[in-house]
Design a binder for this molecule. Structure first.
Ligand code: ZN
Ligand code: ZN
Length: 655
């Protein structure tokens, strides 16, 4: 039911029917504030209520009810309540800022994923001291327990209320004649806002102002620069503390900082968005590649395809029409047109390779695997360390198979992907994404594809979450979200079913009936991009990689130059055993050299003095275990490190 109620009071208010979760119904006059309905259900419930959902739409307790339907009271335990608290926090922030800086003009203050922000137009940017003062003032505003008072006003009234706030006037002018214009007032501060909000300012108890940054008004770089204050809020103190701790950990682990410290990669202005890998970084990349190659040894065909293609290919694939602005175009000397492009993905070139010869059903599933370099033209503003790059490598696989093979294949791929993450101590959750609004292919094709993928997913026995409408434009998919050591989530791997590409590229195989059939294509990535995966690994391990992955596994430290010859011999022995050992025979003191090795997060330090040189032993220090030293025979130590490399053992937790 869609009820449009005129702003002015109607003569005879319409009666709306609300259906409570227990099935009971309530008839209320249109325009009754939600609070009255909640109070009539029970005063205890009103105390716990943050907001309500009417027919699935969240509104606050102050807002009149304008439609009937399912009526659900949201308490703080409902996940939808947190965004209401945070958005209310933005009003309270603006209240505090206006008290201390009456000249500040107000922009918008929405809740965002991890908190909220508010934009202000001020002469001078805010300082950390300002933030501390605002935060203290917010606590006062909360203690004053101002109710959020809602008013519905006319355009003319709005122009008076916001006469001194040009940004609000601009927003007001956009509201059409049929729209409800509402303001919310908490104590001295009034904002133009639709809501919803918590009942009063005292609901904000556990919050923190985090940072300030410039932000263009409405994200438009032609408009004025505002000062955005980022903040967060939670219902419980321990949740706020955990979030702050996670943020601090994330900052400490930032791969851009750690990557520099560990000398893994660099960037240069002449190659924006493309990493330069140092010797250590290249070792890391190659170690991951080697591991993946080992995992793909049986049942996969590794291939390489060109980087540069004529637009003809992209016209068939559809990229030329839909994706061109994300591609790096290259001038063709003959046509003098930008008719060539660097590949932004591997799939079309794999189809060319597939269709270059005939295939029999006996070859299927046929798995083409590659690590080729890809380019995507991200706007330079979006580039950030290794997580947003223009040049990257994917562990990209395209599987050509028959319908009847989908279930087995998805099960196999899912096990593969989860096994890979487990090696790094990353845990994965599965998301099943179905047909999006914008898509190609018929509904019948989508029914078939979603049915097949869902059946395959259920056959794995693993739990999954449904993400309706989140599929690729050519087919449904399973996404793998991993959780890192500090509880952050990253979307990495994907299994995408594609019935459209085989049509576009006219891919066929000869069935056992000797006639041509269409295969299905599965797109599969495990790490996603290596660059981003390495960024995640750096932050997940805080740079303290497992031994097998460490660019340098052992640092051999002779106490003095007298033992250098012995240390060199030991180092050579380790290297011959396949261990990445490096000797530091510098002139610096032993303590200094130990600190240097610690800074580089080398898993083992092998110290050699007189006793060790004579006995053929090492004084071994393990990363993260303090000054503890074990005396171990050289051969035993080599065997131990080799074993850790072979089993890809995860690091011990630091002491
Ligand atoms: Zn608001
Ligand atoms: Zn693909």
């Amino acid at each position: 039911m869609d009820v449009t109620v005129p702003l002015a009071c109607s003569v005879t208010p319409e009666t709306l029917q609300l259906v409570l979760p227990n099935g009971a119904t309530r008839d209320v006059a249109a325009g009754t504030p939600a609070r009255d309905v909640v109070a009539s259900i029970g005063p205890g419930l009103l105390k716990a209520a943050i907001a309500v959902a009417v027919d699935g739409e969240v509104q606050d307790l102050m807002t009149p009810i304008r439609k009937g339907g399912a009526f659900v009271v949201l308490k703080s335990s409902d996940p939808r309540s947190l965004a209401i608290l945070r958005h209310s926090g933005a009003h309270i922030l603006a209240t505090a800022v206006r008290r201390l800086r009456p000249d500040a003009k107000i922009g918008f203050g929405p809740a965002i994923d991890d908190g909220f922000y508010y934009d202000f137009e001020v002469e001078t940017p805010f300082t950390p001291d300002d933030l501390a003062a605002f935060e203290a003032e917010m606590a006062k505003v909360a203690a004053e327990k101002f109710p959020f008072v809602r008013a519905e006003i006319s355009h003319g009234e709005g122009e008076k209320v916001f006469a001194d706030d040009p940004l609000k006037l601009e927003r007001l002018a956009e509201l059409g004649p049929g729209e409800v214009i509402s303001t919310y007032t908490d104590g001295p501060f009034t904002d133009l806002c639709r809501g919803p909000h918590v009942p009063d300012t005292s609901y904000l108890q556990h919050f923190k102002l985090l940072s300030t940054a410039g932000a263009y008004w409405r994200g438009d770089e032609k408009r004025q620069m505002l000062q955005r204050i980022y903040a967060t809020a939670f219902w419980k103190k321990d949740e706020l503390d955990a979030h702050i701790h996670q943020m601090e950990e994330a900052r400490r682990r930032d791969h851009r900082v750690v990557g520099k410290q560990l000398d893994l990669f660099m960037f240069h202005q002449f190659a924006p968005g493309a990493a330069f890998w140092t010797e250590r970084g290249t070792t890391l990349v190659n170690t991951l590649h080697d591991y993946l190659r080992e995992l793909h040894r049986d049942g996969y065909a590794e291939i390489k395809t060109p980087l540069l293609y004529n637009k003809g290919l992209w016209e068939i694939s559809g990229h030329w029409g839909k994706y061109r602005e994300n591609m790096f175009l290259v001038l063709d000397n003959e046509t003098k047109e930008h008719d060539f492009s660097l590949k932004p993905m591997n799939c079309p070139s794999h189809y060319l390779m597939y269709s270059a010869r005939k295939h029999s059903y006996r070859e299927l599933p046929l798995r083409y695997n590659t690590y080729d370099v890809l380019h995507r033209n991200e706007v330079s503003g979006a580039l950030s360390g290794l997580t947003r790059v223009r040049q990257f490598q994917q562990d990209d696989c395209h599987i050509f198979l028959m319908d009847s093979q989908i279930a087995d294949e998805v099960k196999r791929l899912t096990g593969f992907i989860i096994g890979y993450y487990t090696t790094f101590g990353l845990t994965a959750t599965l998301k099943f994404a179905t047909r999006p609004e914008t898509r190609i292919g018929t509904d019948e094709m989508w029914d078939r594809a979603e049915g097949a993928l869902k059946a395959a997913l259920e056959a794995t026995g693993l739990p999954y979450e449904l993400k309706a409408g989140d599929g690729a434009f050519y087919g449904p998919k399973i996404d793998f979200d991993v959780t890192d050591s500090i509880g952050r989530h990253w979307q990495l791997g994907t299994i995408q079913l594609d019935y459209a590409a085989p049509e576009r590229f006219d891919l066929t195989y000869a069935g056992d009936d000797n006639t041509a059939h269409r295969p299905v294509v599965i797109h599969r990535a495990v790490s996603g991009s290596f660059e981003r995966f390495i960024a995640i690994l750096i932050e997940h391990f805080a740079g303290a990689f497992p031994v097998w992955l460490s660019p340098e596994q052992v640092r051999v430290l002779p106490i003095a130059s007298d033992f250098a010859a012995n240390a060199a011999e030991v180092t050579a022995k380790m290297r011959a055993a396949g261990i990445r050992a490096v000797m530091d025979n510098g002139n610096d003191t032993l303590n200094y050299r130990i600190r240097e090795a610690e800074k580089m997060k080398v898993p083992y330090m092998a110290v050699i003095g007189k006793r060790e040189a004579e006995a053929g032993t090492l004084a071994v220090r393990e990363r993260g275990q303090g000054k503890k030293q074990d005396i171990i025979a050289v051969d035993d130590f080599i065997a131990r490190v080799r074993d850790e490399i072979r089993t890809r053992a995860l690091p011990k937790p630091a002491e």
